[in-house]
Design a protein around this ligand. Structure first.
Ligand code: 13P
Length: 364
């Protein structure tokens, strides 16, 4: 056959493209609040709070009760299964709280990483079994996009070709199943920052991984306009002795994307990968203002880099809820600026709270 088997109608494609565009509209990014019960336990442990269902609900309430200031900063929120069916203190379902702000609801659908036999400790991600049925249910329950995370690690012998190929394949399968149900898939091939590798090595591996992802997406007839990519920024390993500027990180990141990600992909929403809140925002701003042609929306889909200050301010205390919510709003506003290339650090004490002296198309 000289053309692909038509799996999506024109209406389905239109719906998917519109959802993707809405999530990454100018100035908007994603709040990744989809920590699994286990990951949430690690976060709560840091602030001395017990990992119970009620405490997880109370913490998510801190984020989801932010006022209308976030409406122009956040285009999508990624939920974990448990959170999708929880409500605020006054009984409003979290899904309704978010949708009423005009924000799109997303859901983590992968079931975590598992060992990939035949490799040196590498992993793949499980969750394809029953995915079609779960997507159909999540769509009914208000989710319009999904997330699936795969994890790769850089060392002498990794990521192996097997690991790259298998993870690309599983992400493409996931993406095509989501699209059948009107759910925009976020494809997240995360390359971990662990190790002492330099910027160039991370760039090379990112290019290797992303080119395999888009070959698999093509092979599985995924409709790229109805997808988002959630990659790592190209950064040196945590233990690398060489330091790089935000501009160098930005140039390496945008170069890797330009070489591997088709312009048809609607948006690239970076994970923060353990960077500090400030570092992630500065790098995002440098990426957004990098002087290379960038055919996709570039923005954030941060977990830790949007939540760290809020979590610290909350500490499990009801009296701290408002202050914690304010911390989250502050980070959302900063990252909204950063996604437009307009954020620079306030460390020099300019008192301008991070808004660069930036003027679009400035003319004297
Ligand atoms: P971080 O921004 O904390 O890396 O989390 C993003 C995410 O969704 C990881 O899957």
């Amino acid at each position: 056959m000289s053309h692909q088997f038509a799996t999506l109608t024109a209406e389905q494609r239109k719906e998917l493209h519109e959802i993707a565009l809405r999530i990454v509209a100018p100035g908007k990014g994603i709040l990744a609040a989809d920590e699994s019960v286990g990951s949430m336990g690690k976060r709560l442990n840091q602030i001395g709070v017990e990992n119970t269902e009620e405490n997880r609900r109370l913490y998510r309430q801190v984020l989801f009760t932010a006022d209308d200031r976030i409406n122009s900063c956040i285009g999508g929120v990624i939920f974990f299964h448990e959170t999708l069916y929880q409500s605020s203190d006054d009984g409003v379902p979290f899904v309704k709280l978010i949708k009423d702000k005009g924000i799109t609801v997303g859901i983590k659908v992968d079931k975590g990483v598992v060992p990939l036999p035949g490799t040196n400790g590498e992993t793949t991600t499980q969750g394809l079994d029953g995915l079609s049925e779960r997507c159909a249910q999540y769509k009914k329950d208000g989710a319009d996009f999904a997330k699936w995370r795969c994890v790769m690690r850089i060392n002498e012998s990794t990521p192996s070709q097997l690991c790259i190929t298998e993870n690309a394949r599983v992400m493409a399968r996931y993406a095509s199943v989501c699209q059948q149900h009107g759910i925009v898939p976020i494809v997240e091939p995360e390359i971990l920052p662990d190790g002492d590798h330099d910027l160039k090595r991370c760039q090379f591996v990112t290019e290797q991984v992303l080119s395999a992802v888009y070959k698999a997406m093509f092979d599985h007839h995924v409709y790229l306009e109805g997808t988002l990519l959630k990659p790592n920024m190209v950064t040196p390993g945590h233990a690398c002795l060489t330091k790089y500027s935000a501009e160098e990180v930005a140039m390496a990141t945008v170069t890797a994307l330009r070489r591997t990600v088709p312009p048809a992909v609607t948006g690239v929403t970076f994970l923060s990968g353990g960077q500090s809140e400030e570092e992630a925002s500065l790098n995002l701003s440098a990426i957004s203002s990098c002087p290379l042609v960038k055919p996709w929306s570039l923005t954030f889909s941060f977990g830790r880099a949007l939540q760290a200050s809020a979590l610290k301010a909350w500490r499990g205390n009801r009296e701290n809820q408002r202050a914690a919510t304010e911390e989250f709003i502050k980070r959302a506003e900063i990252n909204s600026l950063a996604s437009q290339g307009k954020y620079c650090s306030d460390e020099e004490g300019s008192g301008t709270t991070g808004l660069c002296h930036y003027l679009s198309s400035y003319a004297y």
